[in-house]
Design a protein around this ligand. Structure first.
Ligand code: NDP
Length: 248
């Protein structure tokens, strides 16, 4: 992968940074010279694989942090602050889905998806903005979804969380503009990760046909959009949503 952005001397925090899109983004930041905190929810095997892959460069910190846990998130950011570690980039990528039609949806599935996908962005952004405000520089990139724009059957919880992320992005961008912090979202289409890996073969084929580019995207293709919005070069973009959907 060729790289045009330089993140040397910068620190990036990527939630859900051990698998899929988050891992691709974390690795792209590492390749571009950043120190990276790759956070994960509970898959220790994936976390270890990420640690092993980057043990050599000393710039990857892989840590378990449930982004829906406000106290744990606060403690994470306080630790960085106490250690004098400035964070330049936050990518709110951690996301889950528990699909069911609304009439049959368990309240726990409603709550958990909102707590992780939207609550996680709230908790992480709150402390990131506090930390970045002092430096008067920061880049926050949130991961939305076409589900939040169009709605999908069986995804009312997920779609609501992703629409909420776009609304949060636009509001927070206005709040932080005067402090040198930009806030944007990337909306990926069908990207080939574990997240959609359980789509039955026939259904995957049907979905692929609906994409103008006639294929699913790759995680590294989303990572490039994240890196662009997180770069110093994206200095006049805030409150926006960049679609990486193959034309959906
Ligand atoms: P994956 O399922 O491959 O990876 C999800 C990542 O999020 C994992 O690292 C996982 O950690 C982490 N995570 C889950 N829950 C938590 C939590 N409570 N706290 C911290 N981390 C957590 O997903 P993708 O890479 O495909 O998706 C990444 C983002 O992109 C999500 O927000 C998703 O909604 C969005 N997206 C994905 C699309 C796609 O087609 N793939 C399309 C549109 C949007 P662990 O491994 O420990 O579980």
């Amino acid at each position: 992968m060729s790289m045009t952005f330089d993140f040397s001397g910068q620190t990036a925090v990527v939630s859900g940074g051990t698998r899929g899109i988050g891992r691709a983004a974390a690795e792209a930041f590492l390749a571009a010279g950043a120190k990276v905190y790759a956070l994960y929810g509970g898959d220790e095997a994936a976390a270890q694989a990420m640690r092993d892959a980057h043990a050599g460069d000393g710039r990857a910190a892989v840590e378990r942090l449930d982004v829906s846990d406000g106290e744990a998130v606060k403690a994470f950011w306080r630790r960085l602050e106490d250690g004098g570690e400035a964070v330049h980039v936050l990518v709110n990528n951690a996301g889950i889905r528990h699909d069911a039609i609304l009439a049959m949806m368990a309240e726990d599935d409603w709550r958990r998806v909102l707590d992780v996908n939207l609550g996680g962005v709230f908790h992480m952004s709150k402390y990131a903005v506090q930390a970045m405000s002092g430096a008067r520089y920061g880049r926050i990139v949130n991961i939305a979804s076409p589900s939040g724009k169009y709605g999908f059957e069986g995804q009312s919880n997920y779609a609501a969380s992703k629409a909420g992320i776009v609304a949060l992005t636009r509001s927070l961008a206005r709040e932080t503009a005067r402090r040198g912090i930009t806030v944007n979202a990337v909306s990926p289409g069908y990207i080939d990760t574990d997240f959609i890996g359980n789509l039955a073969g026939e259904l995957a084929g049907e979905y692929r046909k609906t994409v103008p580019l006639k294929r699913f995207g790759r995680a590294d293709e989303v990572a490039m959009a994240i890196l662009f919005l997180a770069s110093r070069e994206a200095s006049y973009i805030t409150g926006g949503v960049l679609e990486v959907t193959g034309g959906l």
